[in-house]
Design a protein around this ligand. Structure first.
Ligand SMILES: Cc1cc2nc3c(=O)[nH]c(=O)nc-3n(C[C@H](O)[C@H](O)[C@H](O)COP(=O)(O)O)c2cc1C
Length: 156
């Protein structure tokens, strides 16, 4: 039996709305039509370099805090950047941001760090910005589904 490819969701969920986003990404990735992918959803704090190396693709999820990504996601990068850099070049990834107002600084930071890692961004970043809107959940579900379908099909 061929091992399933792993889609790793690293999502920070400090609030009910961010929990909804993370759950929607996971739900989309677990679409019943996609059976060749194992979805793993972890907090940034519990994600280590081995989780990243084992993943065929990654979805990052963060809030924007003080003009930057969450401390939780930054902690993940602080711990995993050098242990991963030699072995994860080209890793396909996508990300979503929940920002009360802006999101620009977080986007810039994620783009910069992942450029350093030489990961490959394969979806337009999902920026859920401003007042909460229920459609964010649909967009998050679509992001999860698109990443899982792309990983299963080997299109990245
Ligand atoms: C300490 C703190 C700093 C924040 N800084 C920013 C910020 O710089 N830019 C922004 O767009 N939103 C900022 N926010 C809003 C958060 O991004 C938002 O509350 C978070 O994504 C959770 O979304 P929710 O309130 O809809 O659950 C901040 C929130 C907190 C608590």
């Amino acid at each position: 039996m061929t091992a399933k490819k792993v889609l790793l969701i690293i999502g920070h969920v400090p609030s009910p709305n961010t929990q909804k986003l993370r759950d929607a990404v996971e739900e989309g990735a677990n679409d019943p039509e996609i059976d060749g992918v194992e979805v793993r959803a972890l907090s940034p704090f519990e994600t280590g370099p081995d989780d990243v190396k084992a993943a065929g693709a990654i979805i990052l999820g963060t809030t924007e805090n003080l003009g930057y990504m969450s401390g939780a996601l930054k902690d993940f990068f602080d711990r995993c950047y050098y242990p991963c850099i030699e072995e994860t070049e080209g890793r396909p990834f996508a990300y979503y941001i929940r920002a009360g107002l802006d999101g620009t600084g977080t986007r810039r930071a994620i783009d910069s760090i992942t450029t350093g890692l030489r990961w490959k961004c394969v979806q337009e970043p999902l920026l859920c910005k401003g007042e909460w809107c229920d459609d964010f959940v649909n967009q998050a579900r679509e992001l999860g589904m698109a990443m899982a379908a792309g990983l299963e099909a080997g299109v990245f």
